[in-house]
Design a protein around this ligand. Structure first.
Ligand SMILES: Cc1cc2nc3c(=O)[nH]c(=O)nc-3n(C[C@H](O)[C@H](O)[C@H](O)COP(=O)(O)OP(=O)(O)OC[C@H]3O[C@@H](n4cnc5c(N)ncnc54)[C@H](O)[C@@H]3O)c2cc1C
Length: 254
């Protein structure tokens, strides 16, 4: 998060860490936010929080919901009611690593779940798999992304892991316009497979997050990622793939 914080500050964003929101002030419209560190004047307030599944209709119809509040579906997206399928933000899906049901995934998950539900509702046979949750977003002048768990959540869940880290570059270092990529991989020391990964860079973060999600789905050992093949083509790819360097760093610790 350090490079992201630094870049947001350079862009003129003031961050108030370790600060609790205590209320919104103003009559009719908000003009300030009350916090544990005093009032902050505001023209507009944006609240970013988690989604909760809207399952009112399903619950009223007696359809089973699970521990997240989302609709329980089997791997064909069928609900507990015969001939009723569900997909998207309203359902819960097992996490690929812990198999614990999770809810509030992305539009890309919703779309492919919908296709699975549609095929099965139409008499076909398609299974939807547990999710590794690749993600990515622009953050200041950087792009960040990753897959599955970070160190905080992996530690909280009691998942044993070691961390492999590496700094790489997006294209040949003698080619104009290259940018840095930092990769962190969390590896289960026993199975030698990924627990998660996070990256900060400019180019190619989305593709790497997608790759890591597939590596997790296929349980590819860190040994194979360390010595993976990669495209070295000066304007588009560096000699050393940053994910492979991070995997080699993890191997050193194993
Ligand atoms: C601000 C924001 C940004 C996002 N950005 C991204 C992104 O960049 N990438 C990404 O992959 N995902 C993103 N998402 C998540 C993505 O939008 C959702 O995961 C996706 O839209 C879920 O699709 P859905 O069809 O399950 O639900 P929805 O898109 O919410 O559709 C549900 C529909 O059902 C309707 N409805 C509800 N109840 C009833 C009823 N009783 N009768 C009839 N209709 C009803 C609703 O009005 C709605 O139109 C974002 C979400 C938000 C809120």
């Amino acid at each position: 998060m350090e490079p992201v914080e630094e870049s947001l500050r350079e862009l003129g964003v003031h961050m108030h860490m370790q600060t609790t929101v205590e209320g919104f002030l103003g009559e009719g419209t908000v003009n300030a936010v009350a916090t544990s560190n005093g009032d902050l004047p505001a023209d507009v307030v944006v609240v970013a929080t988690h989604k909760t599944p809207n399952t009112e209709l399903a619950t009223a119809a007696g359809i089973k919901t699970g521990s997240t509040g989302g609709i329980v579906v089997d791997d064909g997206m069928a609900t507990s009611a015969k001939n009723v399928w569900a997909a998207g933000d309203c359902v819960e899906i097992p996490h690929g690593l812990t198999k614990v049901p999770i809810n509030g995934l992305s539009g890309s998950h919703a779309y492919s779940q919908g296709k699975t539900a549609g095929v099965n509702a139409g008499g076909g046979e398609r299974a939807y798999q547990a999710v590794q949750v690749p993600w990515g977003m622009v953050a200041g002048t950087w792009t960040i992304g990753g897959v599955s768990f970070g160190e905080t959540l992996a530690t909280a869940l009691g998942i044993p892991h070691i961390v492999g880290m590496a700094d790489g570059i997006s294209k040949a270092r003698y080619y104009p316009g290259w940018s840095r990529i930092r990769v962190k991989l969390l590896v289960d020391p026993k199975t030698r497979t990924l627990v998660g990964g996070q990256m900060v860079g400019v180019e190619g973060i989305k593709e790497r997050a997608d790759f890591l999600a597939m590596a997790m789905r296929a349980s590819i050992p860190i040994d194979d990622i360390a010595w993976m093949e990669n495209v070295y083509s000066p304007p588009i790819g560096a000699l050393n793939e940053p994910m492979a360097l991070a995997a080699q760093n993890a191997l050193g610790k194993l």
